[in-house]
Design a protein around this ligand. Structure first.
Ligand code: UDP
Length: 237
């Protein structure tokens, strides 16, 4: 592979729901193949890519009214595992090399997360999927993504979303909502902007880890973001 972008290691996150496309449940192969193609482009240019995927296309712990949060969240953790297995397979069909590393033991489905092994794989051009979030209930994959990005010494976190950036208020409700080009992580925390959940944004603040929020739907948006082009909103830290 070419090494035109050496030392660029990034963490890419997409929500589970983004993978489902218009169906809002399960998988849209079209969406996932498009993501794979774009990641392949960046990897071929030397970018090291780690990936975290949410689980909202199957289940979110807070959805349950009857079952206690601890157990309901465990189901959510397994949903992130299912997503990694499926998406990793589509990446492989697309010609990428992948490795799934999990925060919980799941037999032969994935190996346990280890920084050393993950870094070794990234350096070889493999895409590393970090499955299972933090492995603990009461967290979200947002916290998992920051944790893994810090552990793997990623330069930044790229959040591919259904929305094309961070707004001062909900653009679906308020037509005059303003999109930020850049803003600081302090502002995200102070104004409680819905970029990532609060515990995750505090972890970014404490460790000075920047992130970008951009649209998953923009053509080649993921490839461009992975290659370092400014897209959507950049949150500086
Ligand atoms: N989850 C958890 N701990 C973690 C990560 C995820 O308990 O460290 C559970 C939680 O129930 C969450 C679900 O997994 O609702 C799916 O993750 P998330 O809601 O972050 O998915 P997304 O909204 O990004 O698809």
């Amino acid at each position: 592979r070419e090494v035109s972008m050496p030392n660029r290691r990034v963490m890419l996150k997409f929500s589970g729901e983004a993978l489902a496309g218009d169906k809002h449940f399960g998988f849209s192969d079209d969406v996932i193949f498009s993501v794979a193609k774009q990641v392949k482009e960046a990897v071929s240019q030397g970018v090291e890519v780690a990936i975290v995927i949410g689980g909202g296309n199957f289940w979110r712990g807070r959805q349950s009214e009857q079952v206690d949060r601890y157990k309901a969240d465990q189901v959510g953790i397994l949903a992130t595992m299912m997503n990694c297995i499926y998406v990793s397979e589509i990446f492989r069909i697309s010609g990428l090399k992948t490795k799934i590393m999990s925060s919980i033991a799941v037999g032969d489905m994935a190996e346990l997360f280890s920084k050393d092994k993950a870094v070794k794989a990234l350096k070889k051009g493999q895409v590393v999927f970090c499955a299972g979030g933090t492995g603990h209930p009461f967290f979200s994959t947002d916290t998992g993504v920051v944790l893994r990005a810090l552990e793997l010494e990623c330069k930044e976190i790229l959040l591919a979303k259904a929305i094309d950036g961070v707004y001062d208020k909900d653009p679906k409700k308020y037509p005059d909502a303003k999109k930020y080009d850049t803003l600081s992580i302090e502002e995200v925390v102070e104004k409680k902007l819905q970029v990532i959940d609060l515990s995750a944004s505090i972890l970014c603040l404490e460790n000075r880890l920047p992130l970008s929020v951009f649209s998953l739907e923009e053509e080649d948006g993921i490839a461009k973001a992975l290659l370092g082009e400014h897209r959507g909103t950049r949150v500086t830290a």
